[in-house]
Design a protein around this ligand. Structure first.
Ligand SMILES: *[C@@H]1O[C@H](CO)[C@@H](O)[C@H](O)[C@H]1NC(C)=O
Ligand SMILES: *[C@@H]1O[C@H](CO)[C@@H](O)[C@H](O)[C@H]1NC(C)=O
Ligand SMILES: *[C@@H]1O[C@H](CO)[C@@H](O)[C@H](O)[C@H]1NC(C)=O
Length: 358
């Protein structure tokens, strides 16, 4: 009872605050594990990013499981408690490891109790599972996904697990690519969730005019389409960003200059207004730089990003391209999303080469 009331009070408090932060995988760019000190370093850096007024205080996770363990609680949880970092929890729903994800979720509840619960703003059951399970996901060899019926079962299971615990009042959702949400074959998932997590990357939409000058237009259109199918449910921006380096994709050029334009035009209007988890603070290290690389700080963790994060130019930053022409010309062409390299690390929760830890 005590727990339930505390959770309700906190849920009410957090309902007024807007979440702003980054996505965090369970491994580093070289595939080694993130441990508590690594998460603390990342979370602290995010809060101290120059030009952001300490706004990046939230962390979205993809898994409850510590990398390379079977079902140990991810050390991002004690790191979040130590640094007072808000959490959007994630359970990795593809690949048959949900039982271990549930074990870790239960362990986190019993191990960390209220200290943990007060930080949690949401739980995502899965991440891009429907996309990976779709025609496009299969074409792009995106990896194993799940079908909507199975996902709905997992969502129900998670609701049962948190019922009567410190997490009882936490809203349960799912994160997927926006065109998975607008695919009517997945509507049962919309019915099952409390909120919809939107992943959208104009950079990857290479069958559209996806140069940076049209990026805000593409982003806004995809959010509107997602909101249209969401009905009264909230749409949270769980992943978006623009690469600072790497190969081009259609008209889209990966560069620091374009990443800044995207930040100003797409990010700045979201920050403080809509729950947003940017992709990503750091995905590169001295030894590994993914192609493309979305990390805003580059290969060395620093509070000074590769571009000015201050949003000084954002209020008047508007895309010069018009929405209708570009969209009409691309109607009927399929969207192509690709799995970002850094997210492969997430699949380690399904039990890949654990020997590398030793
Ligand atoms: C729509 O969703 C269904 C069920 O998830 C999936 O099988 C199908 O491939 C999707 N369609 C497209 C065009 O992605
Ligand atoms: C704002 O825009 C001007 C003109 O394009 C540019 O010179 C300046 O560096 C920008 N300032 C910020 C903070 O981005
Ligand atoms: C700049 O943005 C502000 C806030 O949205 C607005 O009030 C103002 O009119 C804009 N100025 C110009 C020149 O567009």
């Amino acid at each position: 009872m005590h727990y339930t009331l505390a959770a309700l009070a906190l849920a009410a408090a957090s309902a007024e605050a807007v979440s702003q932060g980054f996505n965090y995988g369970s491994t580093k760019p070289d595939d080694s594990s993130m441990f508590q000190a690594d998460f603390e370093e990342q979370f602290t850096n995010a809060k101290n990013l120059v030009g952001t007024d300490g706004g990046f205080t939230s962390a979205r996770l993809y898994t409850m499981i510590q990398a390379y363990s079977t079902s140990d609680v991810i050390s991002a949880i004690p790191a979040a408690i130590a640094t007072d970092t808000e959490l959007l929890l994630g359970l990795w729903a593809s690949g048959g490891d949900m039982a271990n994800e549930i074990t870790a979720l239960k362990a986190a509840i019993s191990q960390y109790g209220d200290d943990f619960a007060k930080l949690v703003v949401g739980i995502s059951v899965g991440s891009e599972d429907l996309y990976r399970n779709s025609v496009e996901g299969v074409e792009a060899s995106a990896g194993v996904g799940v079908n909507p019926d199975e996902l709905v079962e997992y969502i129900k299971e998670v609701r049962e697990v948190i019922a009567g615990t410190v997490l009882a009042s936490v809203p349960v959702g799912h994160v997927d690519t926006w065109d998975s949400w607008t695919n009517s074959s997945n509507s049962a998932v919309i019915e099952a969730v409390d909120w919809l997590g939107f992943d959208g990357y104009p950079f990857w939409q290479s069958t559209f005019e996806n140069g940076i000058s049209n990026a805000k237009t593409l982003f806004d259109e995809s959010v509107e389409k997602t909101k249209a199918v969401a009905g009264s449910k909230e749409v949270w921006i769980t992943e978006t960003g623009w690469p600072v380096s790497g190969d081009n994709e259609g008209d889209a050029v990966a560069s620091v200059a374009n990443a800044k334009i995207y930040w100003d035009e797409v990010g700045c209007p979201l920050f403080g207004a809509t729950n947003t988890w940017w992709y990503i603070q750091q995905d590169a290290s001295s030894s590994v730089t993914p192609n493309p690389s979305f990390g805003i700080v580059g290969s060395t963790l620093s509070t000074t990003a590769l571009f000015d994060l201050s949003c000084k130019n954002s209020t008047n930053a508007t895309s010069t391209a018009t929405a209708s022409s570009s969209y009409a010309s691309a109607t009927g062409s399929k969207l192509i999303f690709k799995l970002q390299p850094a997210k492969f690390s997430i699949t380690f929760t399904t039990g890949v080469d654990k020997s590398r830890l030793s």
